[in-house]
Each structure stands twice: as structure tokens, then as C-alpha cells.
Design a binder for this molecule. Structure first.
Ligand code: FAD
Length: 500
């Protein structure tokens, strides 16, 4: 061990972020570092955050979790993407599936060839027909990707939908079994080094002090260390992402248990529906500048598929991100680092990135500022690319039925997003600004789903013979339909492989 290696890691908070930080640190450092997590049951956790992106599988795999065991203990279902309803206009429906729209043809993304064909054939079916994930979702099917040879059964990906509380508990058991210690207590004070300002310890209400070298702030929206103590500052994005409120309520499970999340646009926001094995999670995300909490509550309860199992719980937030999420010896992870909003379920994936980056840039007790600068650079651009992708959902609406949607359609957007939209609108090209973020097919699904039809396609698409191209698309579509028809139903697959 280096003479100035980190000896004690203190994690503030036992929500999803806290335990997602604790688990891989315990796996790697549990034998040579003291890892302490402090949480206050009195404050509790936010208790939402149940839908994920496919990247969660890399995180789980790195911990060598048993997939079936993890799914059983967290009441998990599979997620192939998101079904969007009423977003582009009332009656608009499309699916953002995980995976692509078929293999490249002559080195070009298939959407260019689809655009080429759509010019020539009036009745060209929607591009979504070539997304395996979309077809599976449409028929409530699920099976694992074959991962053998390139083919239809490989051309999709998936994430999970799980009970957030059970997932945190699952990781807590994992982390504590590998040496992490949990302390229950309310933090009422923070000690700092008088000269450097580094955090040296946390004072608990019962008089105890928890000292450490590195502090990971997973204290939720408040940002107990990163903001209250170190004043990192917050960049407010509510001008572009106006939703600031949510109501969450579970309801009884109804059949079918869909392998996807549903997002339905409402007058001043949108509803989520996340099916788990034992219940369905629901919520209404909205702006209280455009509707009342009472109206939002009625919209939520009216939209439930099953009987409500509780009273709706009110949450408030300000969309944006911490200007710096690593300051001195404090690294903010989770809601303390920022919150874009729940659409597209990106928060847990940002936690995965933050924890992965922290391990990649692991400091010693010198805390070289270059490490913090690199962490802040990477996380800053990850948050901004997620921000742009989410704003796109609102900005491209053609809805003008309420003041909220008129605001969204007319609001100013970041230059980076304006560039992306115009590039696609005029030439069909996608520019990927963040290699760890949403990939080309996701942008295509959203842009075309919301009604943006590019004026041109890549000129090299003209090199492919039109009749051959038509045959290729028709054949692939049939193959996808036949393959999906033979797959087991989502519920049957869960019963057989991951029943809670
Ligand atoms: P929290 O869960 O708030 O945990 C904070 C912890 O800090 C708690 O343990 C608390 O006790 C502790 N704490 C705070 N102050 C003190 C103190 N003084 N002393 C001791 N302990 C303290 N993300 C997704 O990926 N997918 C989704 O579908 C999704 N949906 C969402 C829907 C909504 C409406 C919202 C608001 C968020 C959603 N998120 C989603 C985000 C997701 O919920 C969070 O990223 C995730 O739960 C992590 O939260 P956290 O651990 O940072 O904070």
C-alpha cells in the first residue's frame, strides 16, 4: 500500500447512490480500506428510480451479481425501451427501443436506406418495424439476446425495472458482506481542516464523529457536503426542463406485465408507468407553474391501470447539475450531483458513470486537483448530453393544446441540441457528442417518432439498387416478425427464470 493511500472512505447517504457507490468500493477495497456509510432512516431515501438503461447490466456484471437472484430479490422485470404516447401530438405513439434498426448497409446506418425507400414507396412501414426491441415490446415477448452470431436475436438490448428500495438493500447486503460498515445517524455538523477546507469528519446528533479521508456525498438533492459545506454551486436548467414536481404512487399489478416503461404526455407534464413483478410504479412529472398539485394528482390517479396501493407522494426538484461534483476530498454521486429529470431513466446510469470514473481516477490523500478536474470534465459533459437528449423530447412537440406545451415548443434550447436537430432535419445525420451516452438509434427513434423527417439522406445510399434494397428490408422485417413470434411471453420468461 502506498504511504499516502486512502485509508477511510465515508459515504453520506444510503439511497440508491450510496449503496451503488459502496458495493464496487467494498468489492475492490473492502480488505484494505475502511468503508463507512452513514444514513438516517429519519430522513429516508427518495424512494423512486425504478427504471434503468441497459448500462445497469455492466454495473451488475462487474459486481458478478447472479442475474436471476438479483431479479428475484428486487421484483425486477425486463425493460426493452419506452413506449411514448401523445408526445409529438395527441394520438402520437412510438417506441424508443434498446438496439438498432438492423445492420448497416454499404457502411451506412439503415435509416438512410429506409428514407431512400420511403421516397419511392408511399406505404413504407414505419422504421420501428425493423427494431427487434420494439417488435418484442409490442408483443410482450422476452428472451435473452443470443450473443452468438450477428442476427435478429442479437439486435436488441435491455435494462431492468426494479423496486428501488429492494435494489439498495440488495447492494447493502453485498457491500456489508465485503467489509463496508453501516452507521445509522443524523449528520448535524461537518468538520473541515482549518487551512485547506478539506472535510475531516461528520458530527452525528448522538455525539459521535465519523472521520475519513475521502467523502462521497450521496445525500440526495440537498448536497450536504458538496453544497451546504463546500458551496460547489448549481447550474439551473429549468428554463429548458420546466418540470419541477412529481407525484408517485404504486398500484396493483395488471396483466400483461409489459417489458417496457410507458410514458404518456399530459397537459402539463407526463405520466410514467413501470411494471414490476409485484406491483406497478406510477408517477406524474409536471410543472407546478402550469398546473396545480391537485389537478396533477387527479391526472395521475385517473391514469392508473390498477387500484392505487397508497396515497400519492409529493416530490419537488430543480433540474440542473452541480457546477463541480468533485471538490477537495468530496465527490458527489447521485441526486447531490444533479438531476436532469426522470424521463428516459438516466439518473441511475449517471450514478454508474460517476462511480466508475471515481474508481478509474482513484486518488491518494494528496488529492491531486487534476483528478478532480478530469472527473468534473467527464461528468459535466455526460450530464449535458443527457440534458440535450431530454430537452429534445419536449422541444419537438407539435402539441399546442396547453400553455405548457406551447412553452416547450417555443423555448430556447442549448446550441448543441439546436445543431443536432438541424443536422438531422436537413441531412439525416446524427452527431454523437457523448460516446457513453445515447447512441445514434436512440436519437433516430426519438427524432423520427416525434415527427422529424429528414429532407435528405446520405447521398451514398443511392449506390444501392432500389429493388435489392426493398427485398432486403421486406425479408428482414419478416425474419424479425417470425423470430419474435417464437419468443416466450415476458411473464412466462420471468416465471421460468426470475420469479420473485
Ligand atoms: P436519496 O435516495 O435521496 O438518498 C439520500 C440519502 O442521504 C438517504 O439515505 C438519507 O437518509 C441520507 N441523508 C441525507 N441527509 C442526511 C443527514 N443529515 N444525515 C444522515 N443521512 C442523511 N432514476 C432512474 O435511473 N430511473 C428512474 O426511473 C427514476 N425516476 C425518478 C423519478 C422521480 C420523480 C425522481 C425525483 C427521481 C427519479 N430517478 C430515477 C432518480 C433516482 O431516484 C435517484 O437517482 C436515485 O434514487 C438516487 O438517489 P440518491 O441516493 O442520490 O438520494
Amino acid at each position: 500500500m502506498q504511504h499516502n493511500a486512502i485509508r477511510t472512505i465515508v459515504i453520506v447517504g444510503g439511497g440508491t447512490a450510496g449503496w451503488m457507490a459502496a458495493a464496487p468500493l467494498a468489492q475492490r477495497l473492502g480488505k484494505r480500506c475502511e468503508i463507512v456509510l452513514v444514513e438516517s432512516p429519519e430522513i429516508g431515501t427518495i424512494g423512486v428510480g425504478e427504471a434503468t438503461l441497459p448500462t445497469i447490466r455492466f454495473y451488475n456484471n462487474a459486481l458478478q451479481l447472479d442475474n436471476a437472484d438479483f431479479m428475484k430479490k428486487t421484483q425486477a422485470t425486463f425493460k426493452l425501451g419506452i413506449d411514448f404516447q401523445d408526445w409529438g401530438h395527441l394520438g402520437n405513439r412510438f417506441f424508443h427501443g434498446f438496439g438498432d434498426f438492423g445492420p448497416p448497409i454499404n457502411g451506412l446506418s439503415p435509416h438512410h436506406h429506409w428514407l431512400h425507400l420511403a421516397r419511392a414507396f408511399d406505404k413504407m412501414p414505419a422504421l420501428e418495424n425493423w427494431s427487434v426491441a420494439s417488435r418484442m415490446a409490442c408483443e410482450n415477448k422476452f428472451t435473452m439476446p443470443a450473443n452468438t452470431q450477428p442476427g435478429v436475436t442479437d439486435a436488441f438490448s435491455f435494462g431492468f425495472q426494479f423496486d428501488a428500495g429492494l435494489y439498495a438493500a440488495y447492494l447493502r447486503d453485498y457491500a456489508t458482506a465485503r467489509g463496508a460498515t453501516r452507521i445509522e445517524g443524523m449528520i448535524v455538523g461537518v468538520d473541515q481542516h482549518p487551512e485547506t477546507g478539506f472535510v475531516t469528519g461528520l458530527r452525528l446528533r448522538d455525539g459521535r464523529t465519523v472521520e475519513g479521508d475521502l467523502f462521497i456525498d450521496c445525500s440526495g438533492f440537498r448536497g450536504l457536503l458538496i453544497e451546504d459545506t463546500l458551496k460547489a454551486g448549481y447550474e439551473d436548467w429549468s428554463e429548458h426542463l420546466p418540470c419541477n414536481s412529481a407525484l408517485a404512487v404504486p398500484c396493483a399489478r395488471v396483466e400483461p406485465v409489459t417489458p417496457y416503461t410507458r410514458s404518456t404526455a399530459k397537459g402539463s407534464g407526463w405520466l410514467w408507468r413501470i411494471p414490476l413483478q409485484h406491483r406497478t410504479g406510477n408517477g406524474h412529472v409536471y410543472s407546478n407553474a402550469f398546473t396545480t398539485d391537485e389537478q396533477a394528482r387527479r391526472d395521475l390517479l385517473d391514469g392508473l391501470d390498477g387500484a392505487a396501493l397508497d396515497e400519492p407522494r409529493q416530490l419537488r426538484f430543480v433540474t440542473g447539475r452541480r457546477k463541480k461534483s468533485w471538490v477537495k476530498n468530496v465527490v458527489a454521486v447521485g441526486l447531490s450531483a444533479g438531476f436532469v429529470e426522470p424521463l428516459e431513466s438516466t439518473s441511475i446510469s449517471l450514478i454508474e458513470t460517476a462511480v466508475g470514473k471515481l474508481i478509474e481516477l482513484w486518488p491518494d490523500r494528496d488529492f491531486r486537483p487534476e483528478l478532480a478536474a478530469e472527473f468534473n470534465r467527464v461528468m459535466g459533459s455526460r450530464y449535458e448530453s443527457v440534458r440535450d437528449f431530454i430537452i429534445l423530447h419536449y422541444k419537438l412537440t407539435k402539441r399546442d393544446d396547453t400553455p405548457f406545451w406551447r412553452y416547450c415548443a417555443n423555448m430556447k434550447i442549448p446550441d448543441s441540441l439546436a445543431h443536432q436537430i438541424e443536422l438531422f432535419r436537413t441531412t439525416g445525420r446524427i452527431t454523437i457528442l457523448d460516446r457513453d451516452g445515447f447512441a445514434e438509434p436512440s436519437f433516430i427513434a426519438m427524432l423520427m417518432g416525434l415527427g422529424v423527417v429528414p429532407e435528405r439522406y446520405d447521398p451514398f445510399a443511392d449506390d444501392v439498387d432500389m429493388r435489392q434494397l426493398h427485398g432486403h428490408f421486406a425479408g428482414l422485417r419478416d425474419l424479425i416478425a417470425q423470430t419474435v413470434a417464437k419468443m416466450p411471453g415476458h411473464r412466462a420468461y420471468l416465471e421460468r427464470n426470475a420469479k420473485a
